[in-house]
Design a protein around this ligand. Structure first.
Ligand SMILES: *Cc1c(COP(=O)(O)O)cnc(C)c1O
Length: 393
């Protein structure tokens, strides 16, 4: 076992937590088993009573899943981590484990669509209400706090406009109100941004995205302090939205190359953002790594690079934007992100298609806006695919 204080990120991503079996396997072992056997009735009783540590049943814990949890916790600089079946399962488990009827959430309006729906339509059935805050002004978040606010929930950079939240400022405001700051770190991953260092209490992941990074499995995780993760674990072991050992094993393989991939994603994205910014058919490019981004300085304080998401507004509205999408031969037309394969989506008619045109305009999602989740193909090939539609008349 390696000590997480003594090693750097790249090493922790590859080495943390591995304990070899009697076979001495070099790669991490995959324990595909639903339950574990006990050597005696007394051992079974001790394990169930919590007097002894060990594995009982894979809804509670599993060695491959535990290894993934330990490794991700080390990468986020967290005391503990609990893995979940998907990113949404992580958000559901966090809210149901920590909140009760009468509690209140303050959430950024720009969070992932399913998270918005969970807060606005499902949690309300259990008496948990949410105030959504537009934009990134910490003062607006402070104003939304109530005496019953328990969680403040953000994603930074936001999707699709890459607005950047000031994690340290929000942590101060949140803690002054006795609440917890939750950061969905799916876009940056700990390879580019470690929210706990800036005061966040919980970090949420859709491991489906960059942590796996190759579009193979669903997974999720919550990282944070020991006591709060223990609360979420109690919910998980009873309610059961657990990560499968197979998916944990696949994502462990993803973690090994996370830093390399994220640096390459960000380098490709920055280069694409620069080239698009210079193109006459484009009105505006949104990318935190560009000096023209209004929060570039804040982004560069929190993130070691801009991330993989580049959004841009094409001149000529929906017609021109759709022309770019429809001329793509290489880029995948899909709303997914966090893959080595570059994807393109027109938010106004897909991810943000069901909100009213007025709400869309208020959120800054124009008809000409396109979002590219930049993958690891050659940058010239990605650019050429986009130029075909941009240059078409
Ligand atoms: C995809 C995504 C989620 C949900 O994750 P699933 O694994 O699809 O359940 C949550 N937050 C963000 C920012 C996402 O991109």
């Amino acid at each position: 076992m390696i000590d997480s204080d003594a090693y750097r990120f790249e090493t922790l991503a590859i080495r943390t937590g591995q304990e070899r079996s009697q076979f001495g396997e070099h790669s991490e072992a995959l324990y595909l088993t639903s339950s574990f056997v006990f050597s005696s009735a007394a051992e079974a009783a001790a394990l169930f009573a919590g007097e002894r540590e060990g594995f009982i049943y894979s809804r509670f814990t599993n060695p491959t899943v535990s290894l993934f949890q330990e490794r991700l916790a080390a990468l986020e600089g967290a005391e503990a981590c609990i893995a979940t079946a998907s990113g949404m399962a992580a958000i559901l488990a966090t809210t149901l484990a920590l909140l009760k009827s009468g509690d209140h959430i303050v959430a950024a309006r720009g969070i992932f669509g399913a998270s918005q729906t969970l807060f606005a339509t499902i949690l309300t059935k259990f008496g948990v209400t949410t105030t959504f805050v537009s934009g990134c002004e910490p003062a607006d978040f402070r104003e939304a706090l109530q005496s019953n606010t328990r969680l403040v929930f953000i994603e930074t950079p936001s999707n699709p406009l890459t607005e950047v939240h000031d994690i340290a400022a929000l942590a101060d405001i949140t803690h002054a109100a006795g609440a917890l700051l939750v950061v969905d770190n799916c876009f940056c991953t700990p390879a580019l941004q470690r929210p706990i260092e800036f005061g966040a209490d919980l970090v949420i992941h859709s491991a489906t995205k960059h942590l796996d990074g190759q579009g193979r499995v669903l997974g999720g995780a919550v990282c944070g302090g020991k006591a709060v993760i223990e609360e979420i674990f109690k919910f998980m072991r009873t309610a059961g939205p657990t990560l499968s050992p197979f998916n944990a094993w696949v994502i462990l393989k993803g973690l090994e190359t996370l830093k390399l991939r994220m640096q390459a994603h960000a380098a490709n994205a920055l280069e694409l953002a620069r080239r698009l910014e210079a193109h006459p058919a484009i009105e505006r490019v949104f990318y935190p790594g560009l000096p023209s981004h209004p929060q570039h300085a804040l982004a560069m304080r929190q993130q070691s690079a801009g991330g993989a998401i580049v959004s841009f507004e094409v001149k000529g509205g929906r017609e021109a934007a759709w022309r770019v999408v429809d001329h793509c031969r290489l880029l995948s037309i899909t709303a997914n992100l966090g893959d080595v394969k570059t994807t393109i989506t027109h938010p106004a008619s897909t991810t943000h298609g069901r909100i009213t045109p007025e709400a869309r305009a208020a959120a800054g999602i124009s008809e000409g806006l396109l979002r590219v989740a930049v993958g690891l193909e050659a940058i010239d090939d990605i650019e050429r695919d986009l130029l075909r539609g941009l240059n078409a008349r």
